[in-house]
Design a protein around this ligand. Structure first.
Ligand SMILES: [Fe+2]
Length: 582
């Protein structure tokens, strides 16, 4: 540890009186890479002094005497999806307790449901929260939408990107379009760079030659590395790399081994939880969990803390404000009992103590959810999902049909199976396959397919939580599927499971049909309850909510159910079309 020599000539005036004085701590200096014993003065929401003096202490100054405790910059989560059944406020509260004082949030669901003007007001409301909410702007949805070109028009995206709280073009999931020279995407990247903002990639599965082309097209980062080689490839080609530990992909230990073995520079590495599910956050923590893993893996502590502080701050061009402890920076800091325990004792954000011993000093301000997500907007007119919708009509006696086979919670394979038909409907073995349907909230269209590997004991499950923001229905019993879908319609959003003629599980999601108003702890309990139920019915994987998220998307291999129909993603080919109902 290093000490600073007192400079006796330093003087300060009445105007320098500070609000908070942190005395005698050891700072993790992310700029010099030292552990440095120094006092820190805070005036309003800024750090006004770092050094050996007792600077600016007046009668109203609150003094924190630390005696050997560690002071680190507030943590930064660079890639956050604050809509995974929790909402930005409830997950923000949890992040705050755990020392994360800045989050860079995916705007996907908010923009899809509110449009550019509503989203601008929402950004404004969240700019006044106890922690900082920055946003990333998706260039496209992650599933085809009926009104996609209107919503994701160049004009609308320009408005979002120009907002000072928006810091990057969000993860580009349709990167093959970029490689094929899609000019709209190229124009959007050019605009983003003109605005001096970042272009976040989602280069999942891209091999070295494709990464070259994506880097050439302007993509600057990626959080999708699932093995060490992918980390190295991306670093070598100039990408910033976010190493991920999420409920879906707990890969961080493996990725850090490659970092250690290859002794790569860590300046362009960051850590992310990439929108983990609530029970994961409740059990493990948020950014503090990531640092803990890095420390346990033997990483130099200063490097570990830098990956969640100054590195993301530099990436987003905000290191003049966040990511370090120095005069003029925002007063976002955490106080730790020990450098090896990253879960903070005290959290300071915007110059105020916001959390102590894992409890918020004050709850986050109430959000008027109804203002941003009016319940009435779930659909224009009430309608009923009849059981006959959940069938696959076909005129031939026998049909070769593309079954969606789940390989893990997120990845699928196309399994072509020959089926016979009965009374004009595809007939299938209910002990092996389930029906899966995506229905528009308005009852305007439906795509119906078959699912293998989900768990065939489920009679009827419906969820408005998915990234198509429509209603996903799974089951082997058409009455139960219809009952579950109708329950979600009746309550205007949620997850409902029917079994043996009764509602056996329900999670209302009144915020846009995607998010709960309840605390993170409460939704974590509901998530666990759902997992226990689905596991008992044969669901074999660890993250069922992610199965709902990804079944309707348009970018992960190999086959998906969405607005277009049952779609072969790689070939961009509709294998079985949707049915329009109106
Ligand atoms: Fe992500």
């Amino acid at each position: 540890m290093n000490h600073l020599e007192p400079r006796k000539s330093f003087s300060f005036s009445q105007n320098d009186m500070v609000d908070l004085f942190i005395q005698g701590g050891t700072i993790i200096n992310v700029y010099s890479g030292e552990l440095l014993q120094a006092n820190i003065a805070v005036r309003n929401d800024k750090i006004s002094y770092v050094g050996p003096l007792e600077y600016g202490i007046g009668k109203d100054t609150r003094i924190l005497k630390l005696k050997k405790k560690i002071v680190a910059p507030g943590y930064i989560e660079p890639h956050f999806h604050p809509w995974d059944i929790y909402n930005p406020s409830s997950v923000g509260e949890e992040a705050c307790k755990r020392g994360t004082t800045t989050v860079f949030c995916d705007n996907l669901i908010f923009f899809m449901l509110m449009g550019s003007e509503g989203f601008a007001k929402f950004i404004d409301a969240f700019s006044k929260m106890p922690i900082k909410f920055y946003w990333t702007c998706r260039a496209t949805p992650q599933t085809p939408m009926a009104r996609e070109t209107n919503l994701f028009s160049a004009g609308n995206l320009r408005k979002v990107l120009m907002n000072p709280q928006v810091q990057s073009l969000g993860e580009i999931t349709r990167w093959p379009e970029l490689i094929n020279g899609a000019s709209e995407m190229g124009d959007l990247i050019a605009l983003t760079k003109q605005l001096k903002k970042r272009v976040d990639g989602h280069t999942a599965g891209a091999k070295y030659d494709k990464l070259n082309r994506l880097a050439m097209a302007g993509v600057e980062s990626c959080h999708e590395s699932i093995n060490g080689q992918e980390v190295l490839d991306r670093l070598r080609l100039g990408f910033y790399v976010m190493l991920r530990e999420s409920s879906l992909r707990p890969d961080l230990r493996l990725l850090l081994k490659t970092v250690a073995e290859n002794q790569v520079l860590t300046d362009r590495l960051m850590l992310t939880t990439d929108g983990s599910m609530p029970a994961f956050y409740q059990t493990h923590g948020i950014t503090d969990h990531l640092i803990r893993i890095a420390l346990k893996e033997g990483m130099d502590p200063i490097c570990a803390y830098r990956m969640v502080t100054i590195n993301p701050a530099v990436y987003f061009g905000l290191d003049h404000r966040i990511g370090g402890i120095a005069p003029g920076r925002d007063a976002d800091m955490v106080i730790l009992e020990d450098i090896h325990n990253p879960t903070p004792e005290t959290v300071i954000s915007r110059g105020r103590i916001v959390s102590e011993k894992g409890n918020l000093v004050e709850a986050f301000p109430k959000v008027e959810w109804e203002k941003y997500f009016p319940k009435a907007s779930f659909y224009k007119q009430a309608w009923v999902a009849e059981k006959d919708l959940f069938s696959i009509p076909c005129s031939a006696d026998s049909i070769r049909f593309p079954v969606i086979e789940l390989i893990n919670p997120a990845i699928t394979r196309i399994h072509w199976v020959q089926f016979t038909t009965r009374n004009g409907l595809l007939d299938f073995d209910r002990s092996r396959f389930s029906l899966v349907a995506l229905i528009s909230r308005e009852g305007a269209w439906i795509t119906v397919g078959l699912l293998e590997g989900f768990g065939n004991g489920i009679e009827g499950l419906a969820s408005s939580y998915n990234t198509a923001a429509q209603i996903l229905v799974i089951g082997n019993n058409r009455e139960a599927m219809s009952a579950a879908a109708n329950r979600v319609l009746e309550t205007k959003g949620g997850i409902a499971v029917f079994d043996k003629g009764r509602l056996c599980y329900e999670l209302p999601l009144p915020i846009g049909g995607i998010m709960s108003e309840r605390s993170l702890t409460e939704v974590a309990e509901k998530e666990k309850e759902l997992k226990i139920l689905l596991t008992a019915k044969g669901y074999p994987f660890h993250d069922p909510l992610y199965t709902f998220v990804f079944l309707p998307n348009d970018f992960l291999p190999e086959v998906r159910i969405n607005y277009m129909g049952i779609v072969d993603i790689k070939k961009n080919e509709v294998l079985w079309p949707r049915r329009d109902l109106v």
